[in-house]
Design a protein around this ligand. Structure first.
Ligand SMILES: [Mg+2]
Ligand SMILES: [Zn+2]
Length: 439
């Protein structure tokens, strides 16, 4: 599979730090950011590159040459006049098969074979790499159905629902040439002057967005590290993360560590069976705690029993809304969840209004470990180096049954072999942080 890298950006904000260097050549730990990316891709078998270059093109070409120095093959498409971020795609020769399209502005370490496998199995024309971030309130949002088919692509200016899933486009894509053909753009006009303006092509607005809502675009949710380094602040953060080894550690081909979080009584106030979205409120300190988990490199994954679904008291759609509220409230405070797993089942049959097919003795209702085992499979998690945090006996047992360290939270609760903390934040500060510093 070919990889097209958009390396023509001017990088006006970051150039305060590096006025004479094009963005892709900005060094991190002694090596240009684009070289790290090339090596990352090469080591996974992606060796055929096209760079689209314009700003300081010669410096980039001089550094990378034909790629042989790095064990890859590189071709260049030089834009004499800027064609927009997608104009070049219509002009590059031999772009006949699905290709990876990446932005040289961001720093990433991603298991690309896993991403491509997702693309193939969903049979879409476009797969977007998506992730939660720490500022969803001022980011564009991707809204998808349960099969990850993208229904809507909201920009940060668009009106958004009150509660939404924290899912943001990361700027990495797998694209079929058919998506370009379907855009209806006349390639012969690109770069020509029309009504006094050069005709350019914008990837998101003219190619990707019009394809949403028709089962052509799918989103690949991943907790791997992808961050834009377009401002001095972000650059410094990326550098810090790089030096701490956080970037490569989050590549899903490496074993991950997770904090599994119970929901009711751990994240939100315990109100018995939570049926009404208005009853959902975060406990004090929870957003701060989850933000710290996010920064630690551990995944934050909710595992919750929701027998209210089997009881017929909360529909799956209503539960999704409640979880959207949880993600929205956390997002406002700069925290995010990497995934949510729930058990909708309950074993006791024979009640009015129940959903019969969910009244089963399943493998996922805590204290059974099914939710944790599923997450471990999905995200390559090393369970023995992970934590299960909850406020009830069944959480502690589920953690043990999955082979995790279990932690009980809540005052006045004692649990024999397990550590007990007053709150989630108390656990993060007094246990998790120490673990992070040790490893
Ligand atoms: Mg609970
Ligand atoms: Zn279940």
């Amino acid at each position: 599979m070919k990889t097209v890298i958009m390396a023509g950006g001017q990088g006006t904000r970051i150039s305060e730090l590096f006025p004479d260097i094009p963005k892709p050549l900005i060094p991190i730990c002694g090596k240009p950011v684009l070289e790290w990316e090339i090596c990352n891709l090469r080591d996974q078998g992606f060796k055929d590159f096209v760079f689209t270059v314009s700003h300081m093109a010669d410096k980039i070409k001089n550094y990378f040459g034909d790629g042989s120095k790095f064990g890859v093959h590189i071709e260049y498409f030089v834009e004499e006049t800027p064609l927009g971020n997608a104009g070049a795609l219509f002009k590059i020769h031999n772009l006949d098969d699905d290709f990876l399209l990446l932005n040289a502005d961001s720093v990433f370490d991603v298991d690309f074979n896993r991403f491509v496998a997702f693309h193939k199995s969903h049979h879409g024309l476009v797969s977007l790499f998506t992730h939660p971030n720490s500022h969803p309130y001022d980011s564009g949002l991707i809204i998808a159905d349960d099969n990850k088919s993208v229904l809507q692509w909201l920009t940060k200016e668009d009106k958004r629902p009150e509660f939404y899933k924290n899912r943001v486009n990361a700027g990495l894509h797998v694209i079929s040439p058919k998506a370009l053909a379907l855009s209806g753009i006349d390639a012969s006009l690109i770069g020509k002057e029309i009504d006094g303006k050069v005709y350019k092509v914008d990837l998101d607005r003219q190619i990707l967005k019009p394809l949403c809502g028709s089962d052509n675009v799918f989103c690949y949710d991943s907790p791997e590290y992808v961050k834009d380094m377009g401002t001095p602040d972000r650059f410094n953060q990326v550098k810090k993360d790089f030096e701490a080894g956080l970037i490569s550690a989050k590549n899903l081909s490496n074993k991950q560590k997770a904090v599994f979080l119970d929901r009711d009584g751990t994240i939100n106030k315990y109100v018995g069976f939570l049926r009404n979205i208005d009853d959902f409120d975060l406990l004090p300190g929870v957003a701060e705690a989850i933000k710290k988990i996010n920064e630690s490199g551990y995944l934050a994954i909710v595992v919750t029993n929701q027998p209210v679904v089997a009881r017929g008291e909360v529909s799956v759609d209503e539960l999704t809304q409640i979880h959207n509220k949880m993600e929205t409230l956390l997002g406002k405070a700069g925290a995010y969840l990497d995934a949510i797993y729930y058990c909708p089942h309950h074993p006791d049959k024979g009640f009015e209004g129940e959903i019969k097919e969910l009244k089963i003795d399943c493998c996922c209702r805590k204290p059974k470990p099914g939710l944790l085992l599923k997450a471990a499979l999905d995200f390559n998690i090393d369970l023995k180096n992970s934590f299960m945090v909850g406020d009830s006996e069944s959480d502690i047992k589920a953690g043990h049954n999955a082979g995790c360290n279990s932690v009980m939270i809540g005052n006045n609760k004692k649990c024999d072999q397990d550590k007990t903390y007053g709150s989630l934040l108390d656990f993060v500060i007094n246990c998790l942080d120490k673990n992070v510093n040790r490893s």
